[in-house]
Design a protein around this ligand. Structure first.
Ligand code: GAP
Length: 468
């Protein structure tokens, strides 16, 4: 049964939809306004390309992390988890090639004192004349390009010196390779099997920017899948397809997601094949996740540098260095893609509505519980009892402040898929209305059935109503 709500929105169809593209400014502004993401260290003037996640940002990130973990570890027999240290023995970064090769070419401008990536000048703005690129304005005075290592340095122990130098990890992957033997022996695994890890990585990016896309501190989710060499290509293709489907199952529009295989000259030094899953961010098609065939590069390097043989030896004497397939992504880039994909503006009941059409399993809050009249003690008591029951299973939010239409709008902006409203009829017949964020449809449900109804609704497959 469809019912008429206070603001009458259920009788009103979508009368207009904005066609203009979603800009990064709109996403930044919504994240700020609704407390998803704040610029870091703001009261001290900020710190370039670091961000703090607020309440809803933390909840959304938790959901992304646990959906990834569920798909990569929980639902598989061939995967184990790992949480390695952030600061590792610095020899690891010599073996991996990061000390010598994890660099970007850098130029300084002696005039404006800004620093640019030498291979990216056409994307940068001159510090004195932003309409020009560095080097184009008559006053530009650029230095020769020099290689700049992206790893953050630190010191371990009380004395600073050559012997105490260490690095904040620039990727989580190396912590996995150096634990290969532990997992092989103690977890008694045999290729093909994978080790999955989630954690912070750090890169002193020269040209950061574009909000969550390129950060100096970000949370990576990486998995290294160890396979017999002859199966490497097959598993590489498998993981490219599996990771693509993970995103479409999360509701990302296929028109905004593509696979792009690297040409030989683009690949990292360790890779024999790489495919990027690219998303159409407001800055254009850009890497969301990379899937690489790393061959035996890492296990061989660590064998040579550590003197510990990292190989598989079967019971029948079979012996080989496994090859590695690696899907690698950051939660930050996933969240940015999901927010861009979800952002929608429309006019409903002659009023603007901004809505995040997030997959319900990604939405920070699963349901809002709203007494229609915030000053009605009976409605408030029923609503609070429902909140008490639902919060044991899901993140839900109780709100009795202001007109019901404004409360719906607030929930729309943070992507809450369902709202349960307690009204006069609830007091008579123990039913509530449930409002759907995307269709705005409302139906009446028995109050006692709400917890199970919500469980079922969150399990249902979901497809975005936005045009693909
Ligand atoms: N272990 C391989 C590796 O780290 P990468 O292409 O440098 O490969 C993998 O990074 C993923 O990590 C990227 O696809 C992206 O999702 C994320 N990532 C890398 N640098 C990032 C940054 N500065 N800010 C946010 N995410 C980043």
């Amino acid at each position: 049964m469809r019912v008429q709500r206070e603001d009458g929105e259920c009788n009103l169809r979508r009368v207009a939809e904005t066609t203009e593209p979603v800009t990064m400014d709109k996403i930044v502004s919504l994240c700020r306004r609704r407390g998803f993401v704040f610029p870091s260290s703001e009261i001290y003037g900020g710190l370039g390309s670091t961000y703090d996640y607020g309440h809803y940002g933390v909840l959304a990130k938790n959901n992304i992390r646990s959906l990834w973990f569920q798909a990569m570890v929980q639902e598989r027999d061939d995967m184990v988890a790992l949480d390695s240290a952030i600061i590792l023995n610095p020899r690891i970064w010599e073996a991996s090639g990061h000390v010598s090769g994890f660099t970007d070419p850098l130029v300084d401008c002696r005039t404006c004192k800004l620093r640019f990536r030498a291979d990216n000048l056409e994307q940068a703005q001159c510090g004195r004349k932003p309409s020009k690129h560095p080097g184009e304005f008559s006053e530009c005075d650029l230095t020769e390009a020099r290689q700049f290592n992206l790893m953050f340095q630190t010191h371990v122990g009380a004395l600073e010196g050559e012997g105490s130098l260490a690095y904040l990890r620039p990727e989580t992957a190396q912590g996995i390779f150096v634990n290969f033997k532990n997992v092989l022996q103690i977890a008694r695994r045999k290729p093909p099997f994978g080790i999955a890890q989630v954690g912070k990585s750090f890169r002193n990016e020269i040209t950061p920017g574009n909000f969550l896309f390129r950060l100096r501190e970000f949370e990576q989710m990486e998995m290294e899948f160890f396979v017999p060499p002859a199966e490497a290509d097959e598993w590489y293709r498998y993981w490219v397809d599996a990771r693509y489907s993970w995103y479409t199952n999360l509701g990302l529009r296929e028109s905004h997601l593509r696979k792009r295989e690297h040409d030989a000259d683009e690949r990292s030094h360790y890779s024999s094949a790489t495919t990027d899953l690219e998303y159409l961010y407001p800055i254009g098609w850009s890497e969301l996740e990379g899937i690489a065939n790393r061959g035996d590069y890492d296990l061989t390097q660590h064998t040579q540098h550590s003197g510990t043989k990292l190989e598989y030896v079967g019971q029948d004497g079979e012996r080989y260095t496994p090859h590695v397939i690696e899907p690698a992504v950051s939660i930050d880039r996933i969240l940015l893609a999901l927010l861009v994909d979800a952002y929608d503006e429309e006019i409903v009941a002659e009023r603007d509505r901004t809505v995040l059409r997030l997959h319900p399993r990604v939405s920070p809050i699963k349901a809002a519980i709203l007494p229609l009249i915030g000053k009605n003690d009976e409605m408030v008591a029923r609503a609070k009892a429902l909140q008490g029951e639902l919060r044991r299973r899901h993140m839900v939010e109780y709100d009795d402040g202001g007109a019901i239409g404004r409360r719906y709008r607030r929930q729309d902006e943070i992507g809450t898929p369902f709202a349960f409203t307690i009204d006069e009829q609830t007091l008579e017949d123990d039913t509530v209305t449930v409002r759907d964020r995307d269709s705005l449809a409302q139906e009446r449900l028995p109050l006692a059935g709400v917890p199970d109804w919500l469980d079922d609704a969150l399990e249902r497959p979901w497809k975005t109503p936005k045009d693909d």
